[in-house]
Design a protein around this ligand. Structure first.
Ligand code: ZN
Length: 218
């Protein structure tokens, strides 16, 4: 599947899952050392066609395609620059995760073992003006190790080795935020203990073949 076809597919998926409204959100993939493919500005992710994918250089200049690159290309290029293991970035406003990002109510706690292993830490990046370099800089403390970021009063960003992985992380983030919201209406949330976590981390490599960045562990 071509990268453009993949971008169209996952743009539509984030819209269908309700992770974006109106023309919100943006998705990109690393195309080469100096070119990224990104959804164009001002289009609903539910209506993205291959012609709505723009190739741009690190300064946002058009390399191929028609229209303007998403205004958030600065954040995307920052992530690709800092993380050589990342080839795909998704930015959305999923309802529950965004609600957590707006209240400062942290998701950065160990509750579900699968979330601990596949996402790890979920930092809340301080508020920054959308579409500016300031937004990219708000990720700087965490970019080395995190794969999922909450943007204060804004939304969420996930990264992955490909779009599928970045999408699964977004889906898992929202599912986790929703589960935690429901759990709190029912009672007290039990967090995993140090002992639970130690056992989980020792099983991670042996059983699941997952290697976590040390800073991405609780
Ligand atoms: Zn946004």
């Amino acid at each position: 599947m071509s990268l453009k076809t993949d971008l169209k597919k996952y743009s539509r998926k984030v819209y269908e899952h309700g992770f974006t409204a109106a023309t919100d959100g943006n998705l990109s993939v690393r195309f080469s050392e100096n070119v990224l493919l990104i959804t164009r500005s001002g289009i609903s992710k539910g209506e993205v066609e291959e012609k709505d994918i723009i190739a741009c250089d690190p300064d946002g200049n058009l390399v191929m395609g028609q229209g303007k690159a998403s205004t958030e290309f600065r954040m995307h290029r920052y992530i690709y620059k800092m993380r050589k293991d990342v080839n795909a970035v998704i930015h959305c406003h999923p309802l529950h995760a965004t609600a957590f990002a707006t209240t400062g109510n942290t998701l950065d706690i160990p509750v579900f073992p699968e979330v601990v292993l596949t996402i790890g830490r979920i930092p809340l990046c301080r508020y920054a003006t959308p579409s500016t370099d300031e937004l990219a800089e708000s990720l700087s403390q965490y970019i080395e190790f995190a794969n999922v970021f909450l943007l204060e009063n804004h939304g969420a960003v996930t990264v992955g080795k490909n779009l599928k992985e970045a999408f699964y992380r977004m889906e898992k983030l929202e599912h986790y935020a929703q589960s935690l919201t429901i759990a709190r209406t029912l009672g007290t949330v039990r967090q995993l203990s140090r002992e639970d976590l130690n056992k989980l981390y020792s099983a991670a490599e042996k059983v699941y073949g997952i290697k976590l960045h040390e800073k991405n562990k609780f």
